[in-house]
Design a protein around this ligand. Sequence first.
Ligand SMILES: *Cc1c(COP(=O)(O)O)cnc(C)c1O
Length: 455
Amino acid sequence: MSTKQKRYFLSEDEIPTQWYNIQADMVNKPLPPIHPATKQPLNAEDLYPIFAKELCHQELDKENAWIDIPEEVLEKYKYYRSTPLVRAYGLEEAIGTKCHIYFKNESVSPVGSHKLNSALAQAYYCKQEGITNVTTETGAGQWGCALSYAAKVFGLDAAVYQVKISYEQKPYRRSIMQTYGAQVTPSPSMSTRAGKDVLTKDPNNQGSLGTAISEAVELAMTTPNCKYVLGSVLNHVALHQTIIGLEAEKQMEKAGEYPDVVIGCFGGGSNFGGISFPFMRHKIKDGKNTRFVAAEPASCPKLTRGVFQYDFGDLSGLTPLLPMYTLGHNFMPANIHAGGLRYHGAGMIISQLLKDGLMEAVDIKQSETFKAGLLFSKAEGIIPAPESCHAIAAAINEAKKYDEAGEEKVILFNLSGHGLIDMTAYDQYLAGSLQDYEVTDEDVAKNIAELEKVI
Ligand SMILES: *Cc1c(COP(=O)(O)O)cnc(C)c1O
């Protein structure tokens, strides 16, 4: 019985020094984001009031496939990178599969998730530009923690709007942000017009990512020397996350294998894009027939049941209009535990790739994800984040499908984070009190009908 866990690392000089920009290689480029007022395609300058300039250019860059990682960012990456690529013998044995399952372990970052890969980059570019303050929203709190730490690293002040339900349900994430020195406000709050609007209509509103984004963007636009930063959805965020897949590519080579299927859980697409895009370049350019599977919650199924259309990134319509698979920016998701997966839309690149059939998506019920999470915890020793449990469940399902078909495939998934601060969710699952939420077709249709069609 081979229960050994085999891990692959890179030496310091093997760590990639460039990010991969898949936009340059895509045959059908993502449609342009559109200015909410003029309804014209945006250029980088239009985004300057909100984001650091370098990030605006990365966002719209369709030419350069490789972008240098700044020396200062690379130095900070080396605090926790390379992250291990693990052959999951324990999991394989537990489910009795003949497939080879590997996972990339992003939970080893100081904040416990992949989010730091982009937080460090974004904080760095803000600092470079002379910015002193950054602001953002956070749902489950992982992005807020990553940004709070990255801001501290580069000497910036961070103000974080945390979705109220998470602020109350996940107090330790708030403590972590405050430990790194960030100012944390539950959203909706009375400190912004967007927040006030929501609270006047509904004083008990528990918040949503859409509302929190509106609050943070409003603060950035009304505060001198303050920029907004976002932890998912946008192209430049997925760009920074490609360090995951680029490392994994080299590590798989060390293991002497190449993945047949690459899997990531899906909120806005940053960790899925991060692990997938570097492998997808070989599908686009070299005709490899690797499959890419995004695993989303059944309670927030934008990829499997949303529509492809221009929509706002936030509740009040302050952001540019983005071409994406969406459930509508008014969508109010159930209070599921995988808080990081509750966003209403998918990133622009991912949306185009899904539309073009370069990738697939599956939706998974909450109870099934925790079942997979428990199995994984016992088999591999790492307690996964509720978000990551979606990827694990999808990997298990793929392995079983291949076993039934008598095929031995190589499966790679991204373990986006650990769940040690999400034990309330595990408690509920163990106590049998966890509920499955599924969105009805009527809800989806009603919400989408409300979308103003711009194109
Ligand atoms: C935020 C988060 C996600 C979802 O965000 P993506 O941008 O889709 O990757 C997934 N897993 C963890 C651990 C997260 O913190």
